[in-house]
Design a protein around this ligand. Structure first.
Ligand code: PEP
Length: 247
């Protein structure tokens, strides 16, 4: 199929200088299997330090970026500034940003378009809440969120789609491999029907939600699961097992 395995680690608003030092040392000692791409996402305040100290074969992502290159937008960070620091990735549309900062599908699409135009690759997050799954709205929700991105971009080369069911994030309640595969296949079909066959075939769709060192290998066997976005477990030594999950 030819899609490289992708493992992202989202530190969220966690870490201290001491932790940055030990996590970077741990990552620098981790063997990255060939055909696997690893990108970690520290809080913005540590991002420059992490980029400077981390081995170059591991990518670094911001956890957010804005729709403008510069200007009077207090507290925001532009993709152009990320590029300036050698940061090649950004996570956009994470459910915590959608939920706590009211980010709409349209805004996530706009931010994705601006990041791509500035040369920053995007991990674009989508996923349904528990009540949406329980009322059979999963497909409706995730395809609506994906459309919010598709409406604003033409080139998917530098996009990784992260399917992260909200009920599985930080809850210890992981989707079963079959549950995740079903949604990933739906998303790939949506891309085939609404963007193109080649975009559907080449775009990596990764799973996020309570992935850990014990459940990653089973999930990684599914044909449409091209990797993971990891929260809690990326701050622990078991992250190296997740990186090796497709071996
Ligand atoms: C996340 O926040 O993207 C995530 C998947 O978190 P966790 O692995 O802790 O569920």
């Amino acid at each position: 199929m030819g899609r490289n395995f992708f493992v992202g680690g989202n530190w969220k608003m966690n870490g201290s200088l001491a932790q940055v030092k030990s996590l970077v040392a741990q990552l620098n000692n981790t063997v990255i299997p060939s055909g696997t791409e690893v990108v970690i996402s520290p809080p913005a305040i540590y991002i420059d330090r992490v980029r400077q100290e981390l081995k170059p074969e591991i990518g670094v992502a911001a956890q957010n970026s804005y729709t403008k290159a510069s200007g009077a937008f207090t507290g925001e960070i532009s993709p152009e500034q990320l590029k300036d620091l050698g940061i090649d990735w950004v996570i956009l549309g994470h459910s915590e940003r959608r939920e706590y900062f009211n980010e709409s599908d349209e805004f996530v699409g706009e931010k994705t378009a601006h990041a791509l135009a500035a040369g920053v690759s995007v991990i674009a997050c989508i996923g349904e809440k528990l009540e949406e799954r329980e009322t059979d709205k999963t497909t409706e929700v995730v395809t609506r969120q994906l459309k919010g991105i598709a409406d604003k971009i033409n080139d998917w080369t530098n996009v990784v789609v992260a399917y992260e069911p909200v009920w599985a994030i930080g809850t210890g309640k992981v989707a079963t491999p079959d549950q995740a595969q079903e949604v990933h296949a739906t998303l790939r079909k949506w891309l085939a029907d609404n963007v193109s066959e080649s975009v559907a075939e080449s775009t990596r769709i990764i799973y996020g939600g309570s992935v850990n060192g014990s459940n990653a290998a089973e999930l990684a066997k599914k044909e449409d699961i091209d990797g993971f976005l990891v929260g809690g477990a990326c701050l622990k030594p078991e992250f190296s097992n997740i990186i090796a999950a497709r071996l």
